[in-house]
Design a protein. Sequence first.
Length: 251
Amino acid sequence: MKRTTRLMLSVASGILAAGLALWYGSSVRAEADQARQEVLAAYGGELVSVCVASRDVDAGEVLSEANVQVEEWVASLLPDEAETSLEDLVGQRATSSIPASAVICPTYLEQHDGAIEVPAGKVAVSVAVDEEHAVGGAIAPNDQVDVYVSSNGVADRLCSASVIDTSAHGQESESSSITWATLAIDPERVSEVLAATAKGAVSLTMPEAASDETASDGDTHEASDKDADDKDAGEQTTSDSSGNENGEEAA
């Protein structure tokens, strides 16, 4: 093949490759422009006012002006269905943690089947327990418990907590034993509880107030029974005295 022919073929190949590259680039830009136009059409401009978390928001926390603010974002960078109305968001509860500065979207507010409700200002933590370390398995949702960690034969109280759910709750079989419990605890205690869980030395106890209340109820019943007995004895004495007087008059 002549040198001139080879040169012409090389030039033609180069032109073809350049043309294909330009065509591909134009296609990609066209798709990007189309997507951008759709976003701009949905939000009405280059910059869009959207709701973002002004700080870290815990799951279960109620949204308000204290943790949500309105900022302007570039429309092309927004997630799908970004929330634009602060008024509509106020009062809703976050179902998952929202990082600070994150754009709020329905993903953070979705209600899932079987989802647990975490009290505001608390964090849900699951711990492995058995009946021996959970008041015989008698704990149930909404119970108040104390969390203890055992080490070297010494038990230290970590914190108080409320029970959100247990493995035995909702089971059809009454013989179902407890294997875990989900607790609502203060955020600053999470690391301690997780560290104790890793050691497998967590125990849950019922607060003393519950025992005092039970004892108080028992004392009340005992006092009532005693009063009733005293009343019966008094009536019997009165009846006997009346009988003696009637006998003396008859004599």
